[in-house]
Design a binder for this molecule. Structure first.
Ligand code: ADP
Length: 446
């Protein structure tokens, strides 16, 4: 009998255990990698093999391409699962995996490369019929040239790094006097953070919502969407609460944008899971970027569609299996996710350390994605996401009530978490009425 295929999980934390469960349920063998400080991660105990790839600093371990490829070689992996963050959108790493004989679970590295460059991505998707935020993606020349172009776009504008991510390299510019300094400082920040100082200018939308469309393709031109998500509750451009589907948007508008996404990605012969992110204001959608990987908030889509997106990624990458049909996909209920971060709920200062007590929430349609257990030490070296609480009910109001109950049940002792911020959000009237926008949390609730 042929032995089961083996997946190397090149990540840690919430997504590592999520991927391990998906892979094991499908009957695959799992090998995991870890940094020295992560030796007590729960998914390592459940993996068939675990390989140490270096010290705590991410650049020496989870970003250490050679160490990860060597680990894959050592365990004879068939595929490498990147998750999100770290090397998930690094096209040269994806290329190296594929060339070394380990299938990178994700799209063609060429597509990752284009989408990782926001200027190229905007130009490409616009050519495929996707509406984009108006702005300028050409060469940045003199101060006078940039001022003239921006006068035409109209203030306020946002200067963004083409290689940007995680909210870095962005500057909002309210008036002409600030423009040139903002361009130069965005260029400097981008050079330092990404080794690439290319920036572009966009109209700054004042009160948009962040709405995104989940797509999935077989890499040969067959493409489906799995509806929308609303991720408008953000702090410093980082999502805090996510929901599916997006509400209070005319159905014909949503259907139209979902269909446009499918058409554009089919044209690209997009492979696997991807997300097109939009700002939505005054009844219009404007593309901002495409993420060529699984996202933290994929869970809410899973809850309303019943599709296990990580299993779908693995089955496609390892078996070429793709059984999603648009006509079979339906929305069932309303789902919400609260990201639980190890941080002070008021100052947002990270709060690493030992979780002395953990009580997980439970119940019907309540899901808790986490590595954490009583005695687990949250390291200071990585991002502060320690858990996701995900719930689903038949409508949004009931979902909010269910989330309230789930958070009441969640107990994390020993470190601080942002649980009380979530409770404040759930009790907010404007949140309940969907009268919010991407800056709402920062302007009104913090
Ligand atoms: P990153 O890749 O760094 O996350 P994005 O382009 O996805 O950057 O933008 C992150 C967030 O910044 C968006 O969710 C939104 O809140 C805000 N943003 C981006 N572009 C604009 C814009 N043109 N107008 C207003 N807000 C914007």
């Amino acid at each position: 009998m042929k032995s089961p295929k083996k997946i190397l999980i090149a990540n840690r934390g919430v997504i590592a255990i999520r991927a391990l469960r998906a892979a094991k349920e499908l009957g695959y063998q799992v090998a995991s990698v870890y940094s020295t400080i992560d030796k007590d991660q729960k998914h390592l105990k459940l993996s068939d093999e675990a390989i140490c790839i270096g010290p705590a600093a991410a650049k020496d371990s989870y970003l250490n391409e050679a160490a990860i490829i060597s680990a894959a070689e050592l365990v004879s992996a068939d595929a490498i699962y990147p998750g999100y963050g770290f090397l998930a959108e690094n096209s040269s790493f994806a290329e190296k995996c594929n060339q070394s004989g380990f299938k990178f679970v994700g799209p063609d590295p060429k597509v990752i490369d284009i989408m990782g460059d926001k200027i190229k991505a905007k130009e490409l998707v616009e050519s495929l019929g996707v509406p984009i935020v108006p702005g300028y993606t050409g060469k940045i020349g003199s101060k006078e040239q940039v001022e003239k172009i921006t006068d035409d776009i109209g203030y306020p504008v946002i200067v963004k790094a083409s290689a940007g991510g995680g909210g870095k390299g962005m500057r909002v510019v309210l008036e002409k006097e600030e423009l040139w300094d903002s361009v130069v400082s965005a260029q400097n920040e981008a050079r330092l953070a990404f080794g690439n100082d290319e920036v572009f200018i966009e109209k700054y939308l004042q009160k948009p919502r962040h709405i995104e469309v989940q797509v999935f393709g077989d890499g040969k031109g067959k493409m489906v969407h799995l509806f929308s998500r609303d991720c408008s509750l953000q702090r410093r451009y980082q999502k805090i609460v996510e929901e599916a589907p997006a509400k209070n948007i005319p159905l014909d508008k949503l259907t139209e944008i979902q269909d446009i996404c499918v058409k554009a990605c089919a044209e690209l012969k997009y492979e696997g899971a991807g997300t097109l992110e939009f700002l939505y204001e005054d009844g219009e959608f404007f593309f901002i970027e495409m993420n060529t990987r699984i996202q933290v908030e994929h869970t809410v889509t899973e809850m309303i569609t019943g599709v296990d997106l990580v299993q779908a990624q693995l089955a496609l990458a390892l078996e070429g299996k793709f059984d999603l049909e648009q006509s079979n996909l339906r929305i069932n209920g309303h789902a919400m996710q609260c990201r639980i971060n190890a941080e002070d709920p008021e100052t947002f200062i990270p709060s690493p350390g030992e979780i002395t007590t953990l009580h997980r929430p439970g119940g019907y349609h309540v899901r808790f994605e986490s590595q954490a257990y009583s005695g687990y030490k949250v390291p200071a070296n990585y991002d502060s996401l320690i858990a996701e609480v995900i719930v689903k009910d038949n409508n949004r109001n009931n979902t909010i009530n269910k989330m309230r109950m789930a958070l009441d049940e969640l107990v994390v002792e020993g470190i601080k978490t942002n649980k009380s911020l979530h409770q404040k959000i759930l009790d907010d009237k404007s949140f309940k009425n969907i009268e919010y926008y991407i800056k709402y949390l920062e302007e009104k609730l913090i």
